[in-house]
Design a protein around this ligand. Sequence first.
Ligand code: SAM
Length: 296
Amino acid sequence: MSPTETALPKPATLDEVPGWFHRLDQQLFAFFLEATAERGGDILEMGCYLGKSTIVMGRHVQEGESFTVCDLFGDESQGTYSREETRDFYQKTLSLRAFENNYLAFHDELPTIVQGRTNVLADAIPADSCRFIHIDASHMYEDVTVDIDTTRKILRPYGVVSLDDYRTEHTPGVSAAVWEAVFTKGMRPVCVSGSKMYATWGETADLQERLRAWAEGVPTCTVSEDLIDGEVVLRLTAKKPKPAPKPAAEPAAKAIPAQSAPAAAARPAKRPLGRRIAVNLLPPVITRAVRRVKRG
Ligand SMILES: C[S@@+](CC[C@H](N)C(=O)[O-])C[C@H]1O[C@@H](n2cnc3c(N)ncnc32)[C@H](O)[C@@H]1O
């Protein structure tokens, strides 16, 4: 740190790190990173922002495996953002230093950092080397379709890719690239959450069976099954927490007696609903005239 740079606050919990990484996806990352750990391989993240998802991924790196992250980190010296609005937002909120500060609050060592556009990764990462990849960088069709092609090349057959914002209203380009990969590039969805699709180019059935068994022990999520073009896809939904029970009602100060028969008899009989509505919808002058005619 240079003498002019002020120290950044260290986050104490993951909740204190800004980002878009929901609890259910944090749990699903842990599940897929553990499921693929047995056979081993490297881990890659495209798009880390301030490190929320990176910190979770970093917990699962095993001896001998490499963990690489790629991001522009708000700095266009190594490549440009695809959209101006995106660049403006990240230049205001993101820096490599802030990412490193957050990551090092949870881990002793930084991952290998590639500061640049994700399209450099196809040549930088060896083919068939990764067991888990998170695609969460640019959300433009033209970029995501390239990120998926890179993933197809470097992911091992049993590896899993997580695709962010595959169905979000403001990211139709991600949906287009994801479904294009499903129907034309052999990518097979294992499951979907509200925010991410988890897919592979290998077998889905074994992962899905393990996922069902895992979900039985997770009271905060439910699993249901869908068929897409004859292939099973699991849907995982975060359960809303039950509302806290309401405090017992105060005893009533004084019971109100049920209405007596004579009081009910004294009340004018109600007009049929159709007539009431019709009269109430007429302009007041006409309503008064109708009433006078009715009274006779
Ligand atoms: C949605 S954020 C990532 C969020 C993070 N994974 C999390 O869960 O908190 C997208 C990130 O991708 C980076 N990014 C956008 N376009 C990129 C590109 N073409 N190449 C590399 N990084 C890019 C941005 O700088 C930003 O940090």
